[in-house]
Ligand binder design. Sequence first.
Ligand code: AMP
Length: 512
Amino acid sequence: MKFKELGLSDDLLAAVTDAGYEEATPIQAETIPMVLKGQDVIGQAQTGTGKTAAFALPILEKIDKSNPNVQALVISPTRELAIQTQEEIYKLGRHERANVQVVYGGADIRRQIKSLKNHPQVVVGTPGRLLDHIRRHTLKLDHVQMLVLDEADEMLNMGFLDDIEDIIKQLPEERQTMLFSATMPPEIKRVGVQFMQDPKHVKIKAKELTTDLIDQFYVRSRDFEKFDIMTRFFDVQDPDLTIVFTRTKRRVDEISNGLQARGYNAAGIHGDLTQKRRTQIMNEFRHGKLDILVATDVAARGIDINDVTHVYNYDIPQDPDSYVHRVGRTGRAGKHGVSMTFVTPNEMGYLREIEKLTKVRMLPLKPPSAEEAFVGQLGVAKEAVTELVNKTDTEKYASAAKSLLEEYDAEDLVAALLNDVTKDDSSQVPVKITPERPLPKRGGKRHGGGGYHRGGNRHGNGGGYHHRNNDRRGGSRNGGRGYEGNRGHRSNNGGRRSEGSGKRGFTIRKKD
Ligand code: AMP
């Protein structure tokens, strides 16, 4: 819906255009007219839906800019959210010169007292610090006409409910109240009943950050084990078009070289390569001439390829948003994808943060054993042999074949062929990846004051992960470790492996 249709002033419409917002989001389209009409609203919506502007715009429309009193109060669970909200309201109210201030704990209170003396019409704050200012009489709330309880379930989880009730008691009863929450536990509903008047409900479906088409797994392993485990997974899963993400350029080089040494059709891209080389590699990958692309986040920016079947996070990303971008390379255009994330024991907190954001639980996978990897390799090798047989002009080789069959056992000859088309395993080609400094330990604890990234812990939570229907994985290969992998081969693997490696020690016995 167009913002113009929502009944906002020209100044606000100009600010919306300046902000680059073209159309109102669903929560905005529903909430703004209700708030303008003076109704109380309970909005069930998460971060990312545009909920801040959904309450900021009607507040800015309704406040009297010539009135020096605080007319709107926004209570936020965290300092990060409070700051972001103040910035958004300030940005949208710039043309109207609305005065918006923010107060939060852990910062110099004298400076905040000074800013509150500046006659803000809108104040955003965290519960504890707001109460502090109320008690010091540095914040007067007797002219507040609009109250917003933002991320109410977060405030409940953080034990702020009593503080909020204490603040609400300071407000005029004649006021409009808006409550936003990603989830609606009974305590939040009670707040709605107790402190709101006939609230209208608006529910926005959670934005899906990762699609149900992607099966998301994680593998707990130590850093030095990752490479061998990853190649075993390649053998078991037989991925078709794969991106491996790593944290550093050095790892891109080491991993792509290591993969090549073990016979995989891999190449790496990072910022140190020339643009020409990067484009060349990307084109090879796009056209299926390359099976595995190893990349850093930065280099992978803008990769727009629809057929990626697997994303491997060799290093778990520090920022949960990066995870969403990375795995979003697969599961596109209605196709099924798989993501695999390696996690060292002290990185489990990062994994939980990602799950909190995506609302999807990753399923743990055990590393395949060497035997399982070998079984997987043999499956691929057999298909490669079938392909080789199909494309061979057998008559041309008939007499040479006959003479070999006289000399060797047929089974041994085929075994030698299979040996040749299977890849080298870790025992044959050891690959060492230089250790990188591990991510700082994150306890997986929630909040604790400072958020961890842009939004701090803004993302709705507590709403229970939705466990996906795992039927798709039913037909797993190799003892339930895998999933129904994408078996469409674009090319056989014969001839890709490095030359001259003594393979698996098969000996071809001569016929006696
Ligand atoms: P929020 O849900 O309030 O955290 O907003 C998420 C992000 O969406 C913020 O970066 C906003 O600046 C942006 N945003 C809000 N409304 C719109 C809109 N109508 N169109 C595009 N982006 C928007």
